[in-house]
Design a protein around this ligand. Sequence first.
Ligand code: SF4
Ligand code: SF4
Length: 437
Amino acid sequence: MFVARRYISFFIITCIAITLPFLRINDTHLFLLSFDKLELHLFFTRFDMQELYLMPFVFIILFLFIFFITTLGGRIWCGWACPQTLFRVVYRDLLCTKILGIYKSTKNKQTSGENVFLKLVSIIIWTAISALIASNFMWYFIPPEDFFNYIKNPAEHKLLIGILTFITTWLVFDIVYLKEKFCVYICPYARIQSTMFDTDTIQVIYDEKRGGKIYNANEKLPRHKPSSDALCTNCEACVKICPTHIDIRKGMQLDCINCLDCVDACTQVMAKFNQPPLISWTSNKALITNTKVKYARFRTIAYCIVLFIAISALFLMSGKKEHMLLNINRTTQLYSVTKSNEVENYYVFLFQNTDKKEHSYYFEVLDSNISIVSPTTPIVIKPGAKQRVVVTLKSHSLNLNDTKDTPINIKVNAFATDEKEKINVKRDTIFIYPKKL
Ligand code: SF4
Ligand code: SF4
């Protein structure tokens, strides 16, 4: 039965979702996108927001994975991993049906509960669960160790409390009132996923050859008597159990969330006749040709290769983390010429220590004509901190051009004085020589 396997999938996903924000080594998380501290933590490496060149890789991998999984397994995400489906199963099947008994059976999802008191109890319990889910969601953006400190002082963290309240309210509205209407009318993935299907994509399909044609091509009304040799008993177990209230015997529909409940229902019915189910999780091609589903095909292999390249690039890039950042800007004053005929140029260097320990930073100009006037000593910066430094460079006037200023490209090599080989960055900037006249 698919239902048991889906519950195992939901359980594993829930465990991962809850534990992942707590996985950290020395204050660096496995994954954290901290808006609070403007940091990205990936594979226990901390990146500053200025290092977000990694984010496109994360998004490319995410989209490629969605394309790949949809081409391979259709709406497998919807039925087996989507939080919306998971929350609906917890609320409708576990809380309302199994625990509170508002609905008689999980096999009939077309009924609505009559007991107003129990319904109210279910909403109160779900509101508490929603608050936990909202907190769990926030841990991906605010590390749990900070989150628990923040909520002790709600008055000082009104934005956090506001976001938590909004997500909780939305979850109650969505799961209790919107239900599967969210999947049918709002979810954008439901709209686009069919464009990624091919004839080998696995879907939930009713076998019309064995079961009989239930619906006329142009009519929506079921013919209650399929032909005499048709195996479908018209028991409608598959219709009653469907959370999106559709009849899969009409053919593949946008509303189907791939939960496979109808397959389980028909399996039980057909078992009584020693027959395999009339609804199965297979591809159109496999059903028509009576063969096995072809998983390894050009499109799926191509997606795998591109995904492998993108993931390798992400690993490679995350291993090349810079332990310091440096932005160089020129001040508004272009230059000045001293009495001894030296040209001075002025800059603002923004150093940032992205390492886990304190360092002192200094720099050199890779141009023998140019020397540093100030600062004269290294700058000490704490881990994660930034510091602006006004820098003056000087050179003897070269009188390169009689009528206009001459900018010369120069290279600055900045480094941590204690670990120069490991922590250093090179930046390009310009040094301007004044015109002669
Ligand atoms: S048609 Fe079947 S698989 Fe699709 S949503 Fe309904 S019960 Fe689930
Ligand atoms: S559960 Fe099977 S036998 Fe019953 S109506 Fe659905 S397809 Fe026909």
